[in-house]
Ligand binder design. Structure first.
Ligand code: 13P
Length: 265
């Protein structure tokens, strides 16, 4: 089954407008449009850098998608500090991250908020990347599979099959591997991703599960991406630190494109 390959950069709280502009100018010189036809490359800057990124991408002529790291589950009203999906779409945002462990941990986003955001994103016609992943303590207690399956079940609760098809991507990001340099063993990441796919098949159907791209995230960089992309069930990567390095991001995309051409061959 050939699924869409995706390399998504989550810039987190990094890169102001000037840095965004110069990063995307540099990166576009190194990215290859042929690779970008095989791989969906996505960048998720901060809110204030989104418009700058949209312009820089347009000027580059390259097929790079624009994502937001967060948004409100509310449409409008008295929600000081929030930004809604229509405001994002107006800038050219096509993708949103939902349920990142940093949002769950530092901003108290629970399964119910995450489920609301997934639904809001889908209703708005955005592509949703739903994140899940276990803490070190959960892994040590042997509960990883049940934990991650539970996060997926709660995250997609109430969605119709039609909502799901090609609109939702899952990212498996073990928390202990995020920003630590401690990448999850790729065979183990593949195993957990198979558990996630089996859960999708149980909750939806096998065809939808087989068609859903599932990414790995956590200390991905150019030196480990080939091994990660070589796994049967890993369809790409959600990348933090390495995604804001001019040499790294294009190398990650190139690796995913090599893997995509093998799948086609
Ligand atoms: P790092 O690639 O820096 O480990 O971050 C992963 C991540 O959280 C992407 O969303």
């Amino acid at each position: 089954m050939s699924r869409k390959k995706i390399i998504a950069g989550n810039w987190k709280l990094n890169m102001n407008q000037a840095e965004t502009q110069s990063f995307l100018n540099e990166v576009s010189k190194k990215l290859n449009q042929n690779d970008l036809t095989q791989v969906q490359a996505l960048v998720c800057p901060t809110f204030t850098s989104l418009a700058t990124a949209a312009t820089a991408i347009k000027e580059s002529g390259l097929t790079i998608a624009l994502g937001a790291q967060n948004f409100s589950q509310h449409k409008s009203g008295a929600y000081t500090g929030e930004i809604n999906t229509e405001m994002l779409k107006e800038i050219g945002v096509t993708h949103v991250l939902v349920g990142h462990s940093e949002r769950r941990e530092h901003f108290s986003e629970d399964d119910s908020i995450i489920n609301d955001k997934v639904k809001t994103g889908i209703e708005a016609g955005l592509q949703v990347i739903l994140c899940c992943g276990e803490s070190e303590a959960t892994r040590e207690s042997g509960e990883t599979d049940a934990w991650v399956a539970g996060q997926i079940e709660a995250g997609i609760k109430g969605l119709e099959l039609n909502d799901f098809a090609s609109r939702i991507t899952i990212a498996y990001e073990p928390i202990w591997a995020i920003g630590t340099g401690k990448v999850c063993d790729s065979a183990e990441a593949n195993r957990v991703i198979k558990v996630i796919r089996a859960k999708l098949a149980e909750l939806l159907d096998q065809t939808t599960a087989d068609a859903t791209s599932i990414l790995y995230g956590g200390s991905v960089k150019s030196s480990n991406i080939d091994e990660i992309m070589g796994q049967s069930d890993i369809d790409g990567a959600l990348v933090g630190g390495a995604s804001i390095k001019v040499e790294e991001f294009p190398a990650l995309v190139a690796s995913a494109a090599r893997e995509a051409s093998k799948t086609v061959a």
